[in-house]
Design a protein around this ligand. Structure first.
Ligand code: PLP
Length: 439
């Protein structure tokens, strides 16, 4: 595989940018410089084409450069939708109306530029609403890059010790430069473990529990039956704000988010990624009495939401077009993606069995991953103890050589988009068969 032009671009960019790329969580091997995306495919600087399952870390639910979404952005430019930065605009109202129509479990919403901003605001709202400081997050969850949540995702077990139920894990920051005090107010618990949550709620004055409803930053780790309901009950009992981080699950698994599938209503929920099909937009929504703190008459209770680019007209135009398309096509689009996901799951499972490789395919709708272990994990420990990470990495790198792009980091989710076809899935399975033979 020729990657010489990629290598040259990395060398060039390293002259100006630390690491040679923006967002250093994109730093993986092989080093590939991408230059174009269209539908289910991406191209690198050397002209290699890949069927893309990374999808830019999952926002491309309709596929790269969706023509309806891009046309809406062009129209917005032509129509003079510029950033006003004063008062309101018709487009933010339209976006909010559509969003709440899609996710009827929420009463009010606000628009941010990223998912991290949305989770940041969720913590601040919860603290203002409850008058408490402590927050609970899950080992193996990712909720953004800011202090309080940038911790404990794929943490080596040597750093956190064995599985803890009535207790918490050591806080392991993902970054240097975080104030030491953060560790004292953020409690990292075991996922799928109501005893741990009950323990933390008794011990600390908790403002909110923030969790992805499915842990989708360590593959696809699903909640056990009754777990999310149990969280709801414990939060109600202790007056804790329940926040679902639907940045990855929202709009991908259902128009109404995972909350519409599991039937558990959070107090607040955060969104991003698939909502604007690759354009930078996040959202926070929730119960009226909490969301109204953004506009509380009492300045001591008012929660600040500000941002020059909040509700930027071009990204809002993209979100409106994405949601309108999802609403228009939901009856065919979600079932088609489920069918493509099932085809992928069945095909991978068959190949892995035929080759006698110990592996299990995890999947929710269009999101999937292969765990090299003989069962599905229920928490980070279950995964870290059993999953063959080295094999996973080798598998991903070998697929890249065959023109199938999965992010080359163990456990990262594969994302099928509406632009993928059965032929793409079948070609992927063919390549996988060759890769498994070689492995
Ligand atoms: C579940 C979840 N929450 C929050 C975020 C942060 O979103 P962003 O990268 O847009 O800031 C991510 C990003 O991957 C995520 O997966």
């Amino acid at each position: 595989m020729n990657l010489s032009k990629s290598a040259a671009l990395f060398a060039e960019n390293r002259r100006f940018i630390p690491g040679g790329m923006v967002s250093l969580n994109r730093k993986v091997e092989p080093e590939i410089a991408f230059v174009r995306g269209q539908g289910a495919h991406v191209w690198d600087a050397d002209g290699n084409r890949y069927i893309d399952y990374h999808a830019g870390f999952a926002p491309y639910f309709l596929g790269h450069a969706d023509k309806d979404v891009d046309a809406a952005v062009h129209r917005a430019l032509d129509d003079g939708w510029t950033l006003m930065g004063s008062g309101t605009t018709p487009w933010e109202g339209r976006m909010a109306e559509l969003f709440l129509q899609c996710v009827p479990t929420l009463d009010r919403m606000q628009i941010t530029t990223t998912g991290s901003e949305a989770t940041y605001h969720a913590l601040r709202l919860a603290r203002a609403y409850t008058g408490r400081d402590h927050i609970v997050v899950m080992q193996g969850g990712y909720n953004g890059w800011h202090d309080d949540v940038a911790c404990n995702v794929m943490t080596p077990l040597e750093q956190i010790g064995p599985r803890v139920s009535k207790g918490e894990y050591p806080f392991v920051p993902l970054t240097a430069g975080m104030p030491a005090a953060v560790a004292g107010r953020v409690h990292v618990l075991n996922f799928n473990d109501l005893d741990a949550v009950a323990w933390a709620f008794e011990k600390y004055s908790v403002a909110c529990l923030l969790t992805e409803p499915i842990l989708q930053n360590i593959g696809i780790v699903k909640p056990k039956p009754g777990y999310l309901e149990g969280l709801r009950n414990l939060c109600d009992k202790h007056g804790v704000v329940l926040v679902f981080d639907e940045v990855k699950t929202g709009f991908r698994h259902a128009l109404g988010g995972y909350q519409s599938l599991c039937g558990v209503r959070p107090d607040l929920a955060t969104f991003g990624k698939a909502i604007a099909n690759g354009y930078p937009l996040g959202a926070i929504g929730g119960r009226k009495e909490i969301m109204d703190l953004f506009d509380c008459a009492d300045p001591k209770k008012r929660v600040l939401i500000a941002g020059t680019y909040n509700g930027h007209p071009l990204t809002v135009a993209a979100a409106i077009a994405t949601m309108e398309k999802l609403i228009r096509e939901k009856d065919t689009l979600y079932p088609r993606l489920e069918a493509l996901g099932a085809r992928m799951e069945a095909g991978l499972t068959k190949l892995l069995r035929e080759k006698d490789i110990q592996a299990t395919v995890a999947r929710q709708g269009s999101a999937f991953c292969v765990y090299f272990m003989d069962h599905l994990p229920a928490d980070w420990h279950g995964l870290a103890e059993h999953h063959d990470m080295a094999m996973d990495l080798k598998y991903r790198k070998a697929l890249i050589e065959k023109g199938i792009y999965h992010f080359p980091l163990p456990t990262k989710q594969g994302s099928i988009s509406a632009a993928h076809t059965e032929a793409d899935v079948d070609r992927t399975l063919e390549a996988t068969s060759e890769v498994l033979k070689a492995l």
